[in-house]
Design a protein around this ligand. Structure first.
Ligand SMILES: [Zn+2]
Length: 278
């Protein structure tokens, strides 16, 4: 069924959408790379490793920081580039993902919700997932995070302290969530990150305006390849790499040819009354 949807969306894109731009950056979003949970955000390690080997071979993986700069200054080369991002600082980033990134010398950005590190039972997940994932998902420890942060390949990013839906908070509480996140990271790691990811991708113009006072960029989910035309500093689109992509559909996804599927998923979410988010 999933494969059928993906095939239909590639066909739809081919027939009805303009070809994916080449002056673009494919900013990929990962969460977990264990594969022991039946969730789209949990990829089996073997699949992830193969994806990283392929991306390393392309020689086109750049840092998130360089990507934001190129996108906002409008200086993109005519060859598709890739960026790796990871959300939530799960333990397997330290034990499984980071060793693969080091093996291939790939830069990545890790967005860290600090309450999760302070209180490992505070899972940064929608309520419906917690019963399934509760005893399998653990955060990295502060010691592990310090080790990761010292690696020049890895950039640490802001992701609020307690990972709330920011649409439901007052301006003051949004500011508190980001400030506390920044303060905890600064106290534990010795520096304050500059890039931010909206928890679960929930944001609007108001949330963006508050975020602007506390960080240099903010990333959303969106699903599109990032181009100078569709990216602003506080609305940087990312592409969720899905477990159901496996290996074959991954190549379509990162080249922007599965955008039809993302549009369909967003459409269904809107029908179900969910604004966006993941
Ligand atoms: Zn998150």
């Amino acid at each position: 069924m999933r494969d059928l949807l993906k095939a239909a969306s590639v066909l739809y894109g081919h027939l009805f959408l303009p070809p994916p731009p080449t002056e673009a950056i494919s900013i990929l979003m990962y969460h977990r790379v264990v594969g022991d949970l039946n969730m789209e955000l949990d990829l089996p390690l073997g699949v992830f490793s193969r994806q990283m080997a392929w991306l390393a071979q392309s020689g086109a993986v750049i840092s998130y920081d360089d990507a934001v700069q190129a996108l906002t200054e409008g200086v993109l080369e005519a060859k598709l580039k890739y960026v790796l991002t990871f959300d939530d600082a799960y333990e397997d980033f330290y034990t499984l993902a980071w060793p693969v990134l080091k093996k291939y010398g790939l830069p990545a950005t890790l967005f860290v919700p600090t309450r999760f590190i302070d209180e490992p039972d505070q899972l940064p997940l929608a309520e419906r997932w917690i019963p399934k994932a509760g005893n399998k998902m653990k955060p990295m420890t502060w010691d592990q995070l310090r080790e990761v942060a010292a690696d020049p390949l890895i950039t640490i990013g802001l992701h609020t302290h307690s990972h709330p839906n920011l649409l439901k908070l007052s301006d003051e509480d949004i500011a508190k969530e980001i400030t506390l996140n920044s303060d905890r990271l600064s106290a534990e790691l010795g520096f304050s990150p500059v890039h931010f990811a909206y928890p679960m991708g929930y944001y609007d113009g108001r949330v963006q305006r508050v975020a602007k006072d506390h960080c240099q960029s903010a990333t959303i989910i969106g699903g599109d390849l990032a181009t100078s035309a569709n990216t602003s500093r506080y609305e940087v689109p990312r592409i969720p790499v899905r477990r159901s992509d496996g290996w074959f559909w991954f190549q379509q996804r990162v080249s922007g040819r599965l955008i039809g599927e993302e549009h369909f998923i967003m459409f269904v979410k809107r029908l179900l009354g969910k604004k966006n988010g993941y």
